[in-house]
Design a protein around this ligand. Structure first.
Ligand code: UD1
Length: 335
């Protein structure tokens, strides 16, 4: 039996492929390579000694997905594939809704046809919207999202909840990620943003590498300990291990369950800058800039449910995250 990872050559998908292969699972990856490279499959093999089965295909292509399901015995799907740039989603919302919803619907239909009943979804803390009741618990009242990317996550969660209600055999696990950073300690896989990075850590590593001259810190007048925004940064390897725990959980579960994957600790933008400088012995020039539209002051997870039900907890420190992010940026694969 194999686990299908859509978007399995992307940042989080590739790290999850490594963790699953290292826990002796068979992995099939479907990715259209629109935001990743085929060589990631070789690198996953170099790290684990095992080669995942790979198909270059669009997950919304029904015929391609039927081929994948007919050529492999898929017992669970982890759905990472999707458009994920917040700013871009504001500019081209229809493309975001079309792609992110279509891929999910195609997968659900194909799974039903082939009798596959386990679906794990890459959701996001973005579905907590502008709520200010930290830490965020999975049962928090949903207040809506601030951008189309977030709404696609919100809508897909709803589709999957409805699918689980209608099909007593279906097991759905919704994983709400906080802020994944870091990279595999081998330096062979990591996050490679397209163009100017939107997210904090890739921006910092590009400043450190001399690709950008300084970091703009978006706002220093938030009600936080130093005025800059507070987030729950989680090492991508811990996050990947959370998927292995969710997969194991789904073997004995039906219905729909939601889990936060975060550390439960909030760090400010300046905490991250200083931790990065200390871990890597370099300086990050920064300037205070206006707030970024849609940002909230503070966001961190309640980790109680994931720890209690999945038996999973993030283990890596902020220093590990800063060191591994920089190690990846310095290697040849980030170029
Ligand atoms: C963002 C998205 C979120 C998405 C997540 C994926 C928004 C509003 N939210 O989360 O929907 O799921 O990425 O990883 O875009 N910052 C700077 N300077 C920079 C970049 C960021 O000061 O150049 C600050 C931000 O204001 C924020 C913190 O760093 O306080 C983290 O930002 P970022 O990495 O973009 O993540 P989120 O905004 O939390």
């Amino acid at each position: 039996m194999s686990i299908l990872l859509t978007g399995g050559t992307g940042f989080i998908g590739s790290h999850t492929a490594v963790e699953l292969l290292q826990s002796n699972q068979d992995v099939v990856i479907v990715d259209d390579l629109s935001n990743s490279a085929a060589s990631v499959v070789d690198r996953i093999e170099a790290i684990t000694g095992k080669r995942p089965v790979f198909y270059q295909a669009d997950v919304a292509d029904k015929a391609a997905m039927k081929k994948v399901f007919s050529e492999n015995s898929i017992d669970a799907v982890i759905h990472f594939a999707g458009f994920k740039a917040v700013g871009e989603s504001v500019r081209i919302p229809i493309a975001y809704y079309r792609n992110n919803l279509d891929t999910t619907l195609t997968l659900l239909e194909t799974m039903k046809e082939f009798g596959c009943h386990r679906f794990i979804f890459s959701s996001s803390a973005t579905v907590y919207g502008t709520s200010d009741k930290v830490p965020f618990t999975e049962d928090a009242k949903e207040l809506g999202c601030t951008n189309p990317y977030g709404w696609t996550k919100f809508m897909i969660e709803q589709i999957l909840k409805d699918a689980a209600l209608a099909d007593p055999e279906l097991s759905v696990v919704l994983l709400r990620y906080f802020n994944p950073i870091g990279a595999h300690e081998s330096g062979m896989i990591g996050e490679k943003p397209n163009g100017i990075p939107n997210n904090l850590m890739p921006y910092i590593t590009q400043v450190a590498a001399g690709i950008r001259d300084h970091l703009s810190v978006f706002g220093d007048d938030y009600p936080t300990h130093d005025g800059t925004g507070v987030r729950d940064y989680i090492h991508v390897v811990d996050l990947a291990k959370g998927h292995v725990a969710a997969y194991n959980y789904s073997t004995s579960h039906t219905g729909c369950e939601i889990f936060n994957l975060g550390t439960g600790i909030g760090y400010s933008v300046l905490d991250i800058v200083h931790a990065f400088e200390e871990a890597n012995h370099l300086k990050i020039p920064y300037e205070i800039a206006p707030r970024r539209a849609g940002d909230i002051a503070t966001c961190y997870a309640s980790t109680e449910k994931a720890s209690r039900v999945l038996g999973w907890k993030a283990e890596k420190s902020l220093e590990d995250m800063c060191r591994d992010s920089w190690n990846w940026q310095c290697g040849k694969w980030a170029k």
